[in-house]
Design a protein around this ligand. Structure first.
Ligand code: F3S
Length: 335
């Protein structure tokens, strides 16, 4: 990676902990190294099942046993089993803090919205950092790599949190792993979270800036940057790609929902699963079932068609996904 030294980190966040994604080889590897101890605060991404209601959700016992063996290894090494892709909803990292995180949406969020510093780690490099407490001094840990490369003019009104995710996805496909600088948008934590997840899915974006919104956006002179423009046709094309009717289940919360997002009212006629960190979980209301520790991408659910409000979930579920704006789902339009 061209780094000349290692940097101490304060927090590692591990992905690749679902038995569905790492399988037998991953489980065997973790059991081989489970005598190692994590030397820094270490949190974990969602696993393959809700730890309390896996039976009710149709997860096989043989899967559950393997999943629990994975979690036992991580806990033995010192991880806090947060089982969420939004660990920042539980505790915000600090501006300038060096981290080694391996969840691409969370990486994009904390670099951009908080001003913390982490590269887009893989499951194994984050695990290595959790053990050693160090990460290579390269990428966005270094000031010079945090500057924007491309200016994005947004010529479309974004009316839904889902639109922000789609905008990120469209821009990510164009810019790859560059750092985009958005002008002409406003949004709170949940909208920025959705942009980051979209950017990290359409491309491999590690951080972005939003003029007058994100903390490092004022540092840079944006005159002379290459420009791109996104309009309503670009956004519409993504909804068309994952169009369709029906669906066996509705999943919200990719990335996992915040407390504020959970407080919205839901009016769907179908059962809705809302994915969230267990530590934030609230009581179920009406047709909403709160799903903790997991998500439809890393869990072996048997639904054929899944309605989602997140472009990241749609991209990972592929042909099984129908993408809809969250508001349409919540207002029960056709659902
Ligand atoms: Fe989180 Fe699963 Fe989406 S881990 S970001 S809810 S694919």
């Amino acid at each position: 990676m061209g780094a000349e030294r290692l940097l101490p980190i304060e927090w590692a966040h591990l992905s690749g902990i679902s038995y569905k994604t790492i399988g037998e080889a991953g489980l065997e590897f973790l059991e081989d190294i489970k005598e190692a101890d994590f030397s820094v605060k270490t949190t974990t991404n969602p696993c393959g099942m809700d730890l309390l209601r896996w039976k009710e959700l149709g997860i096989d016992e043989s899967f559950a046993i393997k999943q629990l063996r994975i979690l036992n290894c991580l806990e033995r090494m010192g991880a806090s089993l947060t089982l969420t892709c939004t660990p920042y909803h539980l505790e915000m990292p600090k501006f300038g803090q060096h981290l080694a995180w391996a969840e691409s949406s969370a990486v994009c969020f904390v670099n951009s919205v908080i001003g913390a510093r982490t590269n887009r780690e893989g499951a194994l490099s984050a695990l290595a950092s959790a053990i050693t407490g160090f990460t290579p001094d390269c990428g966005v840990h270094r000031e010079e790599n945090r500057a924007p490369d491309v200016l994005v003019k947004v010529g479309v009104e974004l009316n839904s949190v889902t639109d922000f995710g789609v905008l990120g996805y469209v821009v990510g496909e164009i810019v790859g792993d560059s750092v985009p600088y958005f002008v002409g948008i406003r949004g709170g934590i949940d909208q920025l979270k959705a942009i980051g997840a979209g950017l990290a899915t359409g491309g491999a974006v590690v951080m972005f800036h939003v003029q007058d919104v994100t903390p490092e956006s004022k540092k840079y002179d944006i005159r002379g940057l290459e420009k791109i423009e996104v309009d309503h046709r670009d956004i519409q094309k993504v909804y068309e790609k994952w169009g369709g009717e029906g669906g066996d289940a509705i999943f919200l919360g990719c990335p996992h929902l915040s407390k504020e997002e959970l407080q919205r009212s839901f009016k769907s006629k179908k059962p809705v699963f809302a994915c969230v960190a267990r530590l934030l979980a609230c009581r179920e209301r009406g047709s909403v079932r709160i799903l903790c520790d997991t998500c439809p991408v890393v869990a072996p659910f048997r639904f054929d068609k899944i309605v989602v409000d997140s472009v990241k979930a749609a991209a990972y579920l592929g042909e099984r996904a129908i993408l809809r704006r969250r508001e349409e789902i919540l207002e029960g339009k056709g659902y």
